[in-house]
Design a protein around this ligand. Structure first.
Ligand SMILES: Cc1cc2nc3c(=O)[nH]c(=O)nc-3n(C[C@H](O)[C@H](O)[C@H](O)COP(=O)(O)O)c2cc1C
Length: 364
């Protein structure tokens, strides 16, 4: 069914404007009669952030921004789904065009700017599916015109904790002016203190919702020292490394499209994202787990992320170029790697190459 859907839809979707194609893909997922995903091999299961993941392959934030299709995505075989970024109030985002494919590079540039239907619309959907099970994380962000951005995060944690498997504090989108300044030490310390406090306040009703921090791959290593130090002292439950990059690697072939402003994702992001993941892993010293995102488009790149320090991985842009078959391809490759290594859990691979990756020359 998934293979058929993929084969029929992909040539059609690829011919459309990228944002129209995304809208059609969401509609198809809403209405496609997908069967439940087959059970995953037990060796792919992991317990992370106190949650039981059937497999470590998630879909990253930004695909299902308004929580319209989390259950369809789970049925496609993802081990977890991250919806959002959700902002408190509805906002349109930046003017179109704002989403670009770099076909020759297998990359994407977006400057969507948190287009969001707002918290009320998403919450209604998430409440309606709350009993459906499956791991659904909720990625939250501040409104562009907000007078108090920290208050936006606090409000969203309070409202969404009860329906979220985990909440991601996204301070790393390059498309909301000034948002990434929240990664600066003094601001971040205050933000995380208030966010974790909000989580504690609602925990008696909502349960112990893990709070994750999603960072940009463009931080300097000095800034990363600060961010990890603060995340540790404020006791966040994990980090996602990372978001899209504002850098443009010199290797890009689509040089004209590369001039578009926005965050770059997909294959050209992999070297930087993987390096920052390993750099984060060695600084975190196993105090909390990491999710690796950025440029995963094969079983080999997913395994490399795990070996660089990720307990779980997320994909987005790779789906545009490789299709839905990527999900099964990654799972099969991970099982094969376990077999070759005589292991019965992915745990053995997590961070195995982190030190080696941090010793390589800095990726261009
Ligand atoms: C079109 C698009 C929209 C995105 N929107 C969001 C978002 O709303 N919130 C967020 O945290 N990340 C967002 N991201 C970043 C992804 O979640 C992910 O971190 C990044 O794309 C790297 O993974 P990839 O190379 O597999 O795409 C978006 C990415 C793309 C391509």
């Amino acid at each position: 069914m998934i293979g058929l859907l993929d084969r029929l839809a992909r040539p059609f979707l690829r011919a459309l404007d990228p944002e129209d194609a995304h809208g059609v893909a969401i509609k198809m997922l809403k209405f496609a009669p997908l069967p439940p995903a087959p059970r995953d091999d037990k060796r792919l299961a992991l317990r992370v952030f106190g949650l039981n993941f059937p497999n470590p392959v998630g879909i990253a934030a930004g695909f299902d921004k308004n929580a319209e299709v989390p259950d369809a995505l789970l049925r496609l075989g993802f081990g977890f789904v991250e919806v959002g970024t959700i902002t408190p109030l509805p906002q349109p985002g930046n003017p179109r065009p704002r989403l670009f494919r770099l076909d020759a590079d297998h990359g994407v540039i977006n400057r969507l700017g948190f287009n969001s239907q707002g918290a009320d619309a998403a919450l209604k959907r998430l409440v309606a599916r709350a009993a459906a099970g499956g791991i659904v994380g909720i990625n939250v962000g501040a409104n562009k015109d907000s007078a108090d951005r920290v208050a936006d995060y606090v409000q969203l944690i309070e409202r969404f904790a009860a329906v979220a498997s985990y909440v991601t504090v996204n301070i790393s989108s390059p498309n909301t002016p000034g948002l990434r300044n929240l990664q600066q030490a003094s601001v971040l310390d205050d933000l995380l203190a208030r966010v974790v406090d909000a989580r504690e306040r609602v925990a008696p009703n909502a349960g112990p919702t893990p709070v994750l921090l999603k960072i940009a791959p463009d931080l300097s290593l000095g800034d990363l020292d600060d961010v990890v130090g603060i995340a540790r002292s404020r006791r966040v439950d994990g980090m996602i490394v990372g978001n899209t990059t504002v850098a443009r690697p010199p290797s890009l072939l689509e040089t004209e499209i590369a001039k578009e402003a926005g965050g770059l994702s997909g294959r050209p992001l992999f070297p930087l994202a993987n390096r920052m993941l390993a750099e984060t892993y060695v600084r975190v010293e196993d105090v909390f787990p990491l999710i690796g995102a950025g440029g995963i488009d094969s079983g080999a790149t997913a395994l490399a992320k795990i070996r660089a320090g990720a307990s779980l991985v997320q994909v987005y842009s790779g789906l545009v170029f490789s299709g839905l078959g990527l999900i099964a391809a990654i799972k099969n490759a991970l099982l094969e790697a376990l077999g070759d290594d005589g292991q019965d859990s992915l745990k053995e691979f997590i961070g195995a190459d982190a030190a080696a990756v941090t010793a390589e020359p800095w990726p261009k």
